[in-house]
Ligand binder design. Structure first.
Ligand code: BES
Ligand code: ZN
Length: 504
């Protein structure tokens, strides 16, 4: 803030004042571009290479061979270790590969489509289920203490979550012909979701951005910047795309897989913003593009975040939340996830959700949580049913709201869990207890905090360009203040010199 000058009675003082506007640029708010460097958006997409590198379950190699054999080609197997192989596949074959994987393997052969050969090769190191901690962070033990100490905030927020709103968002998303990553309606779904999320807030610090992957569908990223620990980022995600036989031209409502997860995320976003939540850590809600074709959207976001040194401290995946197929409500997936964070989720369910839970495995890298897990980031996936009781209609034209019960009572439990996760990991400040000393002092301290805090608006620390090369917003403010003081000192010296020389 620019300090106020007293009455301008002395001419030297006027000289100081005259210099103030010139100095004030030092404190001026940076441009929108400077405040929000394009972290969520990838750099301008390079022209798509003809070949992609795919890590794939070795049991699915015959399927991949059959796909490339359709145009007389031979499959290039670049490496294999244990039950994973790395293959090179033409871009044009990817849709057929993903269709055949879904058709032939019915959830026993996962695959990941990588942006580089290096990336694909790193998938060969084992990340085997259920408890083996392959991720570097997991090896070192959890970085976070996972303490539950925000009960009043969570309990105040949860009643605002509304199953009817989740139901109607699922209805809107599943009314689109499909949300395939290559189709016009898949591309339109990204814009639709961006606009929906944008309608929840006019806060200038909250951003809703599209992440351009170079194909028609974009990922959508909502960011609530952290106040005091902005460089630590929490991600809650789901996948926006849907798939069924026929690709671009298919009817793929994907009501459960995964309009339910996106609608759950959307309701959490609405309530966090309605309540004006300001977490200490940065919170990002991400609707990933292109999960169904090899986790492509999340893999490239994780890669970009690593490149930029974005420090994600936890990731929660909401993929299929509204089909209740089992005797218990929430199933914590144990493979490709963090055991410590899963235990945290179990405590959140016990304390806040009022639901039953159990543990299960997917058996392969079945959704976007696996992209974070393989980068060493604690990831979890709470799932709607036991794997063996799963919704059999996903990836068909029958995955509709009607076949999930035509309501969102089940998804509401996942919204409660995700909101509790956001608050308990995000750690917004607790409101002062009524009548406490802090309560009466709160307006004054809020004002001074606003004036002196290291505002995430001026330079979002989570978006620092590269590891090590960071300058936090606090550093930036301190530098601005130092520069202003030296400008004022200079002006004062000049004014004294002018006065003294005039007297002589
Ligand atoms: N939502 C599913 C994953 C799923 C399905 C988990 C059933 C548990 C039970 C996801 O969208 C999906 O279809 N994943 C692909 C794998 C991906 C790597 C292409 C799959 O399961 O085939
Ligand atoms: Zn799916």
């Amino acid at each position: 803030m620019v300090p106020r000058a007293g009455p301008a009675t002395l001419s030297p003082m006027r000289a100081v004042l005259a210099l103030l506007p010139a100095a004030s640029f030092l404190l001026a708010a940076p441009s929108a571009e400077a405040r929000y460097p394009r972290v969520p958006g990838a750099p301008a997409p390079a022209p798509a290479p003809a070949q992609r590198y795919v890590s794939i379950g070795a049991d699915a190699l015959a399927t991949a061979r059959a796909v490339v054999a359709r145009h007389g080609a031979q499959l290039g197997v670049l490496a294999a270790a244990g039950d994973v192989a790395v293959i090179a596949v033409d871009d044009a074959d990817l849709s057929a590969l993903s269709e055949q994987m879904h058709a032939r393997h019915d959830r026993c052969g996962g695959f990941m489509v990588h942006d580089s050969l290096d990336d694909a090769m790193s998938a060969l190191s084992p990340t085997s289920p259920p408890a083996a901690p392959a991720a570097p962070a997991a090896k070192d033990g959890p970085r976070l203490d996972y303490k539950l100490d925000r009960a009043p905030l969570v309990q105040d927020l949860l009643p605002a979550l509304d199953a009817e709103r989740i139901r109607s968002t699922i209805a809107e998303l599943s009314a689109m012909q499909n949300r395939y990553y290559q189709s016009d309606s898949g591309a339109a779904a990204s814009l639709w979701l961006r606009d929906r999320w944008q309608s929840f807030t006019s806060r200038p610090d909250v951003t809703i951005e599209l992440f351009d992957h170079g194909y028609p569908q974009k990922s959508v990223i909502l960011t609530i910047p952290g106040t005091t620990r902005a460089s630590e980022v929490i991600v809650i995600g789901g996948h926006l795309d849907s798939i069924a036989l026929g690709g671009r031209a298919s009817t793929a409502p994907g009501a459960d897989d995964d309009a339910s997860g996106i609608a759950t995320l959307t309701e959490v976003a609405r309530v966090l913003l309605e309540r004006d939540v300001r977490p200490a850590r940065t919170l990002q809600l991400i609707a990933y593009a292109a999960e169904e074709v090899g986790l492509r959207g999340s893999l490239s976001i994780v890669r970009e975040y690593r490149r930029r040194g974005v420090d994600v401290v936890g990731a929660l995946q909401l993929d299929m939340t509204n089909y209740q197929g089992s005797d218990r409500d929430i199933w914590l997936i144990q493979d490709f996830t963090s055991a410590a964070q899963n235990e945290f989720l179990a405590r959140l369910i016990d304390s806040y959700v009022g639901a039953s839970y159990g543990y299960d495995v997917c058996g392969y890298a079945c959704s976007d949580h696996a992209s974070w897990h393989r980068a060493g980031i604690p990831a979890s996936m709470p799932f709607e049913s036991r794997s063996r009781d799963r919704n059999k209609l996903i990836h068909t034209a029958k995955d509709t709201l009607e076949t999930s019960g035509n309501n969102a009572a089940h998804a509401l439990k996942f919204a409660r869990l995700a909101a509790a996760y956001a608050i308990e990991l995000g750690k917004p400040p607790l409101p002062p207890a009524p009548g406490s000393a802090a309560d009466s002092a709160s307006s004054a301290s809020a004002a001074s905090a606003a004036a002196s805090s290291c505002s995430p608006i001026s330079a979002p620390a989570w978006a620092r360009p590269s590891p090590g090369a960071s300058a936090s917003s606090c550093d930036a403010s301190a530098r601005n203040l130092r520069a202003l003081l030296s400008a004022l000192g200079l002006a004062l010296a000049l004014a004294v010199y002018l006065t003294v020389s005039r007297r002589l």
